[in-house]
Design a protein. Structure first.
Length: 164
């Protein structure tokens, strides 16, 4: 009537051998999930106060300038330190100015702290100017300040001329 099942037999069991691999498989899946998760953002690149750069800087990351730059800077977040001097155009999603800029500033968010000194135009989406900041130039609000306003119509005009 009753028969002995192989499942309940003592000794090595074939069905139990895969059980230890199941947690390993889920651990592997978890590590793959972590690997596909966004990597943490690297810290900002810092240009020290004794550094003088002649030339343009471009990055998709963050830059903190403490020295001086003769050239244009393009970054995601740009922080100008109190001792920093920039001579050129600055373009960034977020610009925090504690030092001196001689040139145009373009940013989605532009902040001039009380120690800021800006000589040039500011084109922004949002702006904050603290009491004590020194600013000479014009301020213009644009929905997309990161792209020069005149470049899109010029490109269309150039495309129209070449097609004629």
């Amino acid at each position: 009537m009753f028969s002995k099942s192989k499942i309940n037999e003592p000794g090595p069991k074939a069905p139990e051998a895969p059980k230890p691999t199941m947690p390993e498989t889920s651990a592997t899946a978890a590590s793959e999930f972590k690997a596909s998760a966004p990597k943490p953002k690297p810290p900002a690149s810092v240009l020290s106060s004794d550094l003088h750069i002649t030339g343009n800087l471009k990055t998709s990351g963050d830059i903190q300038v403490e020295g001086s730059v003769d050239g244009d800077i393009r970054a995601h977040l740009l922080t100008i330190g109190e001792s920093a001097t920039i001579k050129g155009e600055v373009v960034a999603d977020d610009v925090v100015i504690n030092g001196r800029i001689v040139g145009r500033v373009r940013g989605l968010k532009v902040r001039l702290t009380s120690t800021a000194r800006v000589e040039g135009d500011i084109i922004h989406k949002t702006i904050a100017i603290e009491s004590g900041a020194h600013f000479e130039g014009s301020v213009q609000r644009q929905d997309d300040p990161l792209t020069p306003k005149g470049s899109a119509p010029a490109a269309k005009a150039a495309g129209t001329d070449s097609a004629s």
